[in-house]
Design a protein around this ligand. Sequence first.
Ligand SMILES: C[S@@+](CC[C@H](N)C(=O)[O-])C[C@H]1O[C@@H](n2cnc3c(N)ncnc32)[C@H](O)[C@@H]1O
Length: 345
Amino acid sequence: MQILLTEPGDEPFLIEELQRAFPGQKHLTLTGGLVQTELVFQPEAVSPVLAFSRQMLPDAEAVACASIRQWGERLFEAISARVPEGQPWRLHVAPHYGSGSAGVNRAEFILEACRDLLRKKRRQLLRGLETEETPFDERTSLVQLLLTAPDTGFLSVALAPMPWQLRRCVWPFVKGEVPVASDKAAPSRAFAKLVEAEKRLGVSIGVGEMCVDLGACPGSWSYVALERGARVIAVDRSPLRDDLMANHMLSFHEGDAFTFDPEQPVDWLLCDVIAAPERSVELTLDWVRKQRCRNFVVTIKFKGTADYAKLEPLKHALPPLCSKFFVTRLCANKNEACVAGVVAF
Ligand SMILES: C[S@@+](CC[C@H](N)C(=O)[O-])C[C@H]1O[C@@H](n2cnc3c(N)ncnc32)[C@H](O)[C@@H]1O
């Protein structure tokens, strides 16, 4: 079985998305934010895109253990029986119950108990354990234990290349959550969306790169780009915060985001315009098809009862146009989704 994790409340959207992608299959909602499906993913098929999958536990099994020691042993057995030596692998252990620190502490103790056994009995295997949260490559395996209570959980061992094949629904972040440190100097919290998108893409805006920021006011995305040492053309009908307007690395273009056409291709298209979702989808595809940008991060905004099927054209059009991309509901998104990618030239 596959276990998918979504933001509590988003289960119906994830189920609708699964039904669109895999018609006729049955999917079941468990407790807040967990969806179970018996779907079998075809490894040779194009990597499925599930915007509402915050995290996925492929081939998960329900497990029960009474103590931290037993959990550590159970995890160790699963890892030592299946994960190959000499290849990179990652290990996520996290609680999905309660709201206090007890579950987090328990997960940390289980992780330590398992590491201890690896240190004593399978030192070679332990050497391949990676702690960074960079995107998976074809050689990375992923072991996840999601505790649904102190003594029950789901255990998933996804051997390489599965995490990479399922990279648009399985994330290298524990529970798919990307923590972004607060930044009081940014004009608004919106900066977190761009930082999270960079982390998920595994590509950051670089020094000296040229960014076009559509719908830039008050300027948090431009602020992030300038902090990275990039140059920015900010497009909006309203000016940005004064200090950003005065920054010699930023030029302001007062006008319509949807008709702006850069004189030459730029390194980044950044777009957080408030517009109907189909307009932002069309703008993204237009920029990517015309190769006006090398990388892009675009917010697709929804209103009220959202029709998330409007994301489908992105999922179908982007695979041949991009070397990497994602369509996802960021942790920092509200009633929005984010599409980001690297254009294949
Ligand atoms: C959510 S705000 C952007 C926030 C910005 N990313 C930041 O980090 O500060 C959306 C912006 O889109 C601008 N906007 C909406 N429609 C636009 C259009 N057609 N052309 C240019 N700007 C537009 C609005 O003026 C508004 O400033």
